[in-house]
Design a protein around this ligand. Structure first.
Ligand code: URA
Length: 164
């Protein structure tokens, strides 16, 4: 076993928004909470820009343990873990789920889906609403002038307006 923590997620009481990422990175594995590394800091600032307080937002991941070397979880790993995420979704019963990146979108929709076909729009889904967007790590990779940053920023604003 290579992970230090099982990162279960943050579930503030009464959260209306659930963000779903891929899986813990090195910092999350160390701290035991989701999105607390560089991607998390970016996420927090874009949430604040959109008028959303991270402390009131539920945050979870497709897998709860950091895959070795920070690789993308395999489909088998994702399948084994999503029993937890599916139950968290049920218990949290958010008004809106925002998936961050392709792994989370595949959890929601299935393996054939493409991010560009669904991102930025609000879809009726499992008795709630789904808004797929880019993962903060893509926004960091392409930089402040890149499309993922602009799209993530815009989509979190859409999320805030759906919830207001
Ligand atoms: N990336 C994710 O997908 N989830 C985290 O919790 C941290 C980084």
């Amino acid at each position: 076993m290579q992970r230090s923590s099982v990162v279960v997620g943050d579930f503030p009481v009464g959260a209306q928004l659930l963000l779903v990422g891929e899986g813990p990175g090195a910092t999350e594995d160390e701290v035991g909470r989701p999105f607390v590394g560089k991607g998390g800091q970016l996420l927090d600032s874009l949430l604040a820009e959109a008028g959303l307080d991270r402390g009131s937002v539920a945050v979870a991941n497709v897998v709860n343990c950091r895959p070795p070397g920070n690789r993308t979880p395999t489909p088998a790993e994702a399948r084994r873990c999503t029993i937890w995420l599916d139950r968290q979704l049920q218990l949290c019963a958010p008004s809106l789920v925002v998936t961050l990146g392709l792994t989370a979108l595949r959890w929601a929709i299935g393996s054939g889906v493409r991010l560009r076909d669904m991102r930025g729009a609000v879809h009726e889904w499992r008795g709630t609403r789904l808004l797929p967007t880019y993962h903060p790590s893509a926004a960091l990779r392409f930089g402040p002038a890149g499309e993922p940053m602009a799209m993530l920023r815009a989509d979190l604003k859409t999320a805030a307006s759906v919830l207001s």
